[in-house]
Design a protein around this ligand. Sequence first.
Ligand code: PMP
Ligand code: GLN
Length: 390
Amino acid sequence: LVERMRAFGTTIFTEMSALAVRTGSINLGQGFPDTDGPPEMLAAAAAALREGANQYPPLPGIPALRKRITEHEQRFWGLSRDPDTEVVVTAGATEAIAAAILGLCEPGDEVVTFEPYYDSYAASITLAGAVRRPVALRPGIGPQGRYGFDEAELRAAFGPRTRLVLLNSPHNPTGKVFTRTELTLIAELCQEYDAYAVTDEVYEHLVFTDAAEPHTPLATLPGMHDRTLRISSAGKTFSCTGWKVGWATGPAGLVSTVQRVKQFLTFVNAGPLQPAVAVALGLPDTYFTEFRAGLQARRDRLVTGLTEAGFAVQPSEGTYFVTADITPLAGSTIDGADFCRQLPERCGVVAVPTQVFYDHKQEGRHLIRFAFCKREEVIDEAARRLAKLA
Ligand code: PMP
Ligand code: GLN
């Protein structure tokens, strides 16, 4: 194994899901739904398989899917992209993120991102030989007592080697949705330092009605349309995380950069799933609102359970996740990683320590993450088990 990858062991999701299976625990660790997505989409995939859509699709994705991706962006975010030159279909958002970083960063270039960050970010930045410049999101310092960051810290993260900002909003694991004011500052810094923005918006449809603000794609801010690569994926929105159908949209230059790298990583992605995702992206607005409302109700159920169990629950404005401070339950000496490793034995529930998503582990030592993208009866049973901790 090359030196620069040695720090990357087994991902926390693999470790914690294996722990859940081994101990027979309820898995609120890895974020995947326990119900299937829209039946129209599943039927379309089955039909495509039978009808022989089983050979290599075109490199950038099938035209019908690219068209639907641009129509979806137009419908929800008012963004205008050319389906022929400004869209590429990828193996999940993960491949789009990796290909973007590998294609844009020279060794030594710097990537500004917020910590805690989704775990693939650090690995992709490292594979490219680039350097992370993480800015901490901290509970309580943002708008209305939510997660926020220090403006001076963000400014200090930018410099002459800044190549891009990698922004995830709605944000995993905190559930933070960046506000327009926060995004405006990020946009201004991108322009001042002539940096690109790569946005990970896989939770674009999962912003709850009590969020400080609705989701705003960074690409819609003044000056950002031509320097932002917007990444999303079908996995979260259509409850098909195992399909790994994602995409990137942006100016033709950025999209062709992703394509250049992507063609030698995977070349193309699952043929029969592409027409199915095209069907899903065309579902009426009611699908998206009902999906979000269902998750919001399950968030509320879990938050109630966690609060009753004694956790200091942090506000979650979106995504599949809520974070909780373990201090009231564990005292200040124990850390989240130990806490999560002991949780199955103590009460038969698996969660994820968020410290693994930080460079500055101390920042997230006391925080753990729970996923609520599970059936109500599963959440209720988890809450009953967690009540034993109090
Ligand atoms: N980014 C974030 C913030 C995520 O939470 C996830 C997945 N769970 C991904 C990217 C990866 O998405 P995909 O499965 O489409 O590769
Ligand atoms: N995105 C999901 C999570 O954050 C799972 C991703 C994974 O297993 N790699 O939990």
